[in-house]
Design a protein around this ligand. Structure first.
Ligand code: HXC
Length: 257
């Protein structure tokens, strides 16, 4: 499958997706969204694929939603089509995926990166929610996901001033899982994704679901949800295999059953 604004390749069990609109620093227009929805659906449906990496270029992961596409839209246009709601289909991806961010991740670019299960940043990465400078606000989840990721003080400061945060501050603040040299970013992210792809697939789905539940529920309900999923994994062949492999001092051989 080929896409207009996205390069997709499979590296073993890892799907590598690269945003490819260099002339606009990967600004996220409707075509990019359509391509992302299709590529993530294909990834989720492909049994041979276990983890994905979404990246951009060395200069920009994505410099935001496409300002030129949005500039003349009216309230009726935006509300009528529920503009940006398509990203809910990207966040509905069930398998784990990583955002690998080099360069600018601004506005919608930062918001898209935060839709990932976690972010790995190159040391040249710059994150920001500069929408206020355009007289608007985050619109793809930034006010919610940034606040959950780094807390109110820094999220509010970033949204109100539009300032950028560099990779070191992003790591200190908990926005990114780790920082690596920019030139090694994609290889490092694929390496991490390959390690995740080698885990028992149902356990990986369950981990993702239960960590995400932490943002949607109370501690007590979240702990119950975790425990039920944990119990459920004892109905899988892979749990028997994983524990037998440990006892027999060998690697597990997963069936995904
Ligand atoms: C459309 C964009 C764009 C964007 C860059 N380009 N960002 N086009 N939408 N978000 C285009 C430029 O117009 C230019 O096209 C080309 O990409 C290269 O960009 P330059 O500005 O020339 O590059 P540079 O000088 O290196 O500056 C990089 C930059 C700057 C600092 C990232 O491009 C910038 O500030 N971009 C906008 C960042 C932003 O405000 N993002 C938030 C968007 S709103 P031409 O044709 O001139 O060569 C958003 C809202 C989400 O995401 C939800 C609420 C609405």
């Amino acid at each position: 499958m080929t896409y207009e604004t996205l390069l997709v390749e499979q590296r073993g069990a890892v799907t590598l997706m690269t945003l490819n609109r260099p002339q606009a620093l990967n600004a996220l227009n409707s075509q990019v969204l359509a391509d992302l929805i299709a590529a993530f659906a294909a990834f989720d449906a492909d049994d041979s694929q276990r983890c994905a990496v979404l990246t951009g270029s060395e200069k920009a992961f994505a410099a935001g939603a496409d300002i030129k596409e949005m500039s003349s839209q009216s309230f009726a246009d935006m509300y009528g089509v529920n503009f940006f709601a398509g990203y809910d289909r990207v966040t509905a991806t069930r398998k784990p995926w990583i955002a690998a961010v080099n360069g600018f991740a601004l506005g919608g670019g930062c918001e898209l990166a935060m839709m990932a299960d976690f972010i790995i940043a190159g040391d040249n990465a710059k994150f920001g929610q500069p929408e206020i400078k355009l007289a608007v606000t985050p619109g793809m989840g930034g006010s919610q996901r940034l606040t959950r990721a780094i807390g109110k003080a820094k999220a509010m400061e970033m949204c109100l001033t539009g300032r950028m945060m560099d990779a070191a501050e992003a790591e200190r603040s908990g926005l990114v899982a780790k920082v690596v040299p920019a030139a090694e970013l994609v290889d490092e992210a694929v390496k991490t994704a390959t390690a995740i792809a080698a885990m028992a697939p149902l356990a990986a789905l369950a981990c993702k679901e239960m960590v995400n539940a932490a943002f949607e529920t109370t501690l007590q309900q979240g702990v119950v949800f975790e425990r039920r999923l944990f119990h459920g994994l004892f109905g899988t062949e892979d749990q028997k295999e994983g524990m037998a492999a440990f006892v027999e001092k060998r690697a597990g051989n997963w069936t995904g059953k």
